[in-house]
Design a protein around this ligand. Structure first.
Ligand SMILES: Nc1nc2c(ncn2[C@@H]2O[C@H](COP(=O)(O)OP(=O)(O)OP(=O)(O)O)[C@@H](O)[C@H]2O)c(=O)[nH]1
Ligand SMILES: [Mg+2]
Length: 252
């Protein structure tokens, strides 16, 4: 089971005064618009529509809180970098995002999502420099890795790690794809570590199948043929009915 599978939408915050007061630890997801922040939260939660995903940049406008367990939250932040009046950008940063990232006590660390095809834009760099001053850890997820070849993936990973070397252990970097669901365990480990959550041990590989002689295999086949013809038992072990998705409250 994915570590964050129990995540539920908690609230949308448009003003600092509305931030949850019972927070013990939270991890925020920042990055350019359309980089894949909301998708990454959905992938980590193993959910298709927890955070709203859209092809239109700027879909996430406020701070959306997802509760993992009592007092532990993931926070989906509005993206930066899509055409918007400078006035609006300034007021968003000065009024909400800037003070949140700089002064929020329970914020344990920041996940920076960057499209692996266009990492470290000027705006990303500004955010990194600015957040580094808080002394809190930063985890970079190079998203949409499915759009790159293996070779391109290892090149970009190496380049971004080298660019972040100055931050030492305070900055970690990984490849990630919401489409292919790759990099999930690596991200879980970092985020859970920041929030003091226990990471479940990786599932043990299934034991190797015993090699059966032709004779015993034939016997087993026969047994199966004559297994109780109990239709109900077969149904019970069959595919579970698809649960209806719960309707999420409005996010902005
Ligand atoms: N191929 C591919 N597409 C992705 C991946 N992650 C996200 N996308 C697509 O990228 C687009 C933007 O994804 P979002 O998760 O909404 O991006 P966001 O960073 O939350 O965007 P804003 O809320 O506008 O800041 C959507 O069309 C996603 O389907 C990925 O890993 N691979
Ligand atoms: Mg979003």
């Amino acid at each position: 089971m994915a570590l964050f599978q129990k995540a539920v939408f908690l609230t949308t915050v448009a003003h600092l005064r509305d931030l949850p007061e019972d927070a013990l630890a939270e991890v925020a997801f920042a990055g350019r618009s359309n980089a894949g922040k909301s998708s990454a939260i959905n992938t980590l939660a193993n959910h298709t529509r927890l955070a709203f995903v859209s092809k239109t940049p700027g879909r996430t406008q406020h701070l959306n809180f997802f509760k993992l367990e009592e007092g532990k939250f993931l926070v989906d932040l509005p993206g930066y970098g899509y055409a918007k009046a400078p006035e609006e950008i300034r007021s968003q940063w000065e009024g909400l995002l800037g003070p949140y990232l700089q002064h929020r006590g329970p914020l344990s660390g920041l996940v920076l999502i960057m499209d692996s095809r266009h990492p470290l834009t000027e705006l990303d760099q500004n955010l990194i420099d600015w957040f580094a001053a808080t002394g809190k850890p930063l985890h970079i997820m190079l998203s949409k890795a499915d759009k790159l070849t293996r070779q391109e993936q290892s090149l970009v990973l190496r380049q971004v790690k080298a660019a972040m070397a100055d931050l030492g252990e305070r900055c970690t970097v990984q490849l990630f794809s919401s489409l292919k669901k790759t990099g999930v365990e690596e991200a879980e480990k970092v985020i859970a570590g920041w929030m003091g959550m226990e990471v479940p041990p990786p599932r043990p590989a299934p034991p190797p199948r015993p090699i059966r002689s032709a004779k015993s295999a034939a016997g087993a086949k026969q047994n199966r043929t004559h297994a109780p013809g109990n239709k109900k038992a077969v149904l019970a072990g069959g595919k579970p009915a698809k649960p209806k998705p719960a309707k999420a409250p409005a996010q902005k």
